[in-house]
Design a protein around this ligand. Structure first.
Ligand SMILES: Cc1ncc(COP(=O)(O)O)c(C=O)c1O
Length: 396
């Protein structure tokens, strides 16, 4: 039996008629750049995410870049970020001439380790004389923001970060590319849509995401009117009014055709998140029956509670990862490695001066993580086959 990592055709079979009608309406209107279709999607996304502003942009990478630009982050500044994430969480920082200050992840959840952020602030930073932010002693850069990632769909613990940011007057920009629909906990007992806890939240609508467009797309959300206005201006070359440029921005807008598709999918995303969570629970049950969990062979992702993890990816950590992956491929089961090389070891960031061993949890995760098939239409029988084949591999 073939088991794909993701089956977008199965999703399209469920909603094809709705999607085609929505695209047809845009074609009839011939309005492709911004306009009512994009505005309607932005309003509905803001309402779903319970925030005051949602701004459609060209990609998740641009959402991050525009957010840091809106905060005025540039040369001489620094942003705290883990090295175990997708490339653009860090390239958005360096592109602006700012410096990423890496902090390692926790080994189980693979998320920014908030205790290590606190240790960094206590041991290696002093307050900025103007009272805003911190100066990191090694780089002499001014830390202006923390950039946590809700990796794989799992919310980073936000309460400690919110309290650190308040104490040191730092911004928080959330990378929510993989976690549309998840709920974060900004303070004990309070749940908020992931992306709306920090100053700005950055979503990606890359087709593989929980809410995916039929091409590239992204979204910036915020509850701060001034930041929303700034992002809106920056996504259209920094113009306000038209042809009068207050800043050097980007050409980065969500296309109307994608907005139309996303408006349809937004109606389903809550159900899809629940279907993903149910499949993660089933994997958990099936794996725990194999006798291989907790014996240093298979580490399972935390299930969390409620929607704290919406399983954009179901990622296990395993010994002999590459051999297992090869075996699964031979059995017709797709898997993927997010991500094989942490960002502090990427050739393009060599000038940051890091070496192997600097962030051991990120390096270990990079050698052990394996994403298994996960999507709302994944059949129970397929999940059974995936787990059985993994069991066969280790029994052999
Ligand atoms: C964690 C993370 N951040 C940022 C991005 C960038 O999004 P995009 O591919 O839409 O530019 C992605 C998606 O690929 C991602 O997974």
């Amino acid at each position: 039996m073939k088991v794909p990592l993701l089956d977008l055709k199965a999703q399209y079979r469920r909603i094809g008629a709705e999607v085609r009608q929505a695209i047809d309406e845009v074609l009839e209107s011939q309005q492709f750049i911004l306009g009512p279709t994009v505005q309607r999607f932005e309003e509905q996304a803001a309402s779903y995410l319970q925030c005051s502003s949602a701004i459609g942009v060209a990609s998740g990478s641009d959402a991050l870049l525009l957010s840091l630009m809106a905060l005025g982050i540039g040369a001489g500044d620094a942003v705290v970020v883990p090295p175990f994430t997708f490339f653009s969480t860090v390239s958005c920082i360096t592109r602006l001439g700012a410096t990423p200050i890496f902090v390692d992840i926790d080994p189980e959840g693979c998320l920014l380790d908030t205790r290590k952020v606190e240790a960094l602030f206590e041991e290696r930073c002093r307050p900025n004389p103007d009272g805003q932010g911190l100066i990191e002693s090694q780089s002499q850069r001014q830390i202006k923001a923390i950039l946590p990632i809700h990796l794989f769909g799992q919310c980073c613990p936000m309460a400690p970060l919110v309290s650190l940011a308040q104490r040191h007057r730092l911004h928080i920009v959330e990378d929510v590319a993989q976690a549309f629909g998840a709920s974060a906990l900004p303070s004990p007992g309070v749940a908020k849509p992931a992306g709306t806890v920090g100053d700005l939240g950055c979503f990606s609508f890359f087709p593989t995401k929980n809410l995916g467009a039929m091409g590239d797309g992204g979204l910036v959300v915020t509850n701060q009117k001034a930041l929303a206005a700034r992002v809106k201006m920056l996504r259209t070359h920094g113009a306000n009014p038209k042809y009068h440029h207050q800043a050097v921005g980007l050409n980065s807008r969500l296309d109307a055709i994608h907005a139309a598709v996303l408006t349809v999918k937004l109606r389903h995303v809550e159900q899809w998140c629940q279907e993903r969570i149910r499949r993660a629970r089933l994997y958990q049950k099936l794996f725990s029956e194999t006798g291989l969990v907790g014996k240093q062979i298979i580490g399972l992702p935390p299930l969390g509670s409620g929607k704290s993890h919406v399983f954009n990816y179901y990622v296990i950590q395993v010994k002999q990862r590459d051999e297992l992956r090869q075996y699964l491929r031979q059995q017709g089961i797709q898997s993927e490695v997010y991500y094989p090389l942490p960002l502090h070891l990427q050739p393009c960031f060599a000038d940051l001066g890091h070496k192997r061993g600097d962030f051991p949890n990120s390096e270990l995760a990079a050698s052990q993580v394996l994403a298994l098939p996960m999507y709302p239409e994944l059949a129970l029988k397929q999940q059974g086959v995936v787990v059985q084949e993994i069991k066969n591999f280790y029994r052999a």
